[in-house]
Design a protein around this ligand. Structure first.
Ligand SMILES: [Zn+2]
Ligand SMILES: [Zn+2]
Length: 354
């Protein structure tokens, strides 16, 4: 890609065109750029005028006699003076005291205008947020309402019901130390009956070779130049004719060869051990259950190759043909025959109200 695709080059043709300006005081328009004082009201052209081109082009007969430098602005009376003048033609102030030429004063004006517009935009934006803030409040209230409704609907409901009976179930899980067949990439010290095998541990991607391939690539190629005539404001009532060449590019596709690496998957082998070993494994549950108020855990008689692996317990309240799970702390304070006000979530009682 070419980075200078839109660079312009200007060629000066040596031709100079007379521009015009409007009097900002009396409104007389299309005054010739060669005239420096308004022919209608006598005001010298100054800070607030702007040169432009209009009507049929009037070429200067001897362009080499024209000073191409912009007018300078008198800091005292704001009159624009030709570059050749050493003193202001209106008030006589010396040129050395001038701080701006035509273009510099226009630039400053533009900057001030942008700042004004930016300030106005900021003020407008401030107004609009304030006014739209009011309309957001009802939406916010509605949203809060919906959230409360959802919470209410999803909240567990409390219901009064009659407890027909209570049940419980407790369980002790038993583990047994037993011989098992196992395998692994490392051999535990207490294993026996060990056999070894070479097995695939994983795969590795390895560069095998390169393949020459082709691909299409887009290239921007200079196609030619578009030539346009433009007029450059000299800032002194004249415009200079300039030929501007804009390079034009076209996209060409070329075939390019490149080397593509080709990888192969190679297995990695390692020694895997197959062996026998003693392990504690789950064997059975010893359960107890009842419909009374005295739950207890089983007390299994364990051999020297057995141990307890963990305990669990569950409690229910039965009403009609339904059973509800409940925690022990709630369960122990409720008796069969009670009428309770319970908070139910699914098939679970999560709270009881008195
Ligand atoms: Zn005038
Ligand atoms: Zn002056």
């Amino acid at each position: 890609m070419q980075s200078n695709a839109f660079q312009k080059s200007g060629r000066q043709m040596g031709k100079i065109v007379v521009g015009c300006w409007d009097c900002d005081y009396c409104g007389a328009d299309r005054i010739s750029g060669e005239i420096k004082i308004c022919p209608n009201c006598g005001k010298p052209r100054g800070k607030d005028i702007k040169f432009y081109m209009a009507g049929p082009k009037e070429y200067v007969e001897h362009p080499e006699t024209i000073n191409k430098n912009p007018d300078w602005l008198c800091p005292y009376c704001n009159t624009l003076n030709p570059d050749d003048n050493k003193f202001c033609s209106a008030c006589g102030a010396a040129r050395e005291e001038s701080e701006q030429n035509y273009f510099e004063s226009k630039e400053e004006e533009q900057k001030k205008k942008e700042e004004r517009e930016e300030a106005e935009r900021r003020e407008e934006a401030g107004h609009s947020t304030r006014s739209s803030g009011g309309s957001r409040i009802p939406i916010l209230i509605g949203l809060v309402g919906v959230i409360f409704l959802l919470i209410f609907l999803l909240m567990p409901k409390s219901r009064t019901f009659h407890v027909d009976s209570k049940t419980w179930e407790r369980s002790v899980s038993i583990e047994r130390y037993q011989e098992v067949e196992d395998s692994g990439w490392d051999l535990p010290g207490d294993a026996w009956d060990v056999t070894e095998k070479r097995e695939v541990y994983g795969y590795q991607s390895v560069l095998d070779h390169y393949e020459t391939r082709t691909r299409e690539v887009a290239v921007e190629v200079l196609d030619g130049y578009d030539v346009t005539t433009e007029y450059k404001d000299l800032g002194n009532g004249y415009f200079e004719e300039v030929e501007v060449e804009t390079p034009r590019y076209r996209t060409e596709y070329r075939t390019e060869t490149y080397e593509e690496p080709v990888y192969v998957s190679v297995p990695i082998y390692k020694t895997k051990y197959y062996y026998k070993i003693m392990k504690w494994l789950y064997d059975r549950d010893e359960k107890t259950s009842g419909a009374d108020n005295e739950p207890y855990f089983a007390e299994p008689s364990l051999s020297d190759k057995e141990r307890e692996g963990g305990r669990s317990e569950q409690y229910w309240l039965v009403s009609g043909d339904k059973s509800y799970k409940i925690s022990y702390d709630l369960w122990k304070n409720i008796s069969a025959g009670d009428d309770i006000k319970a908070i139910i979530n699914g098939n679970q009682i999560v709270g009881v109200k008195n």
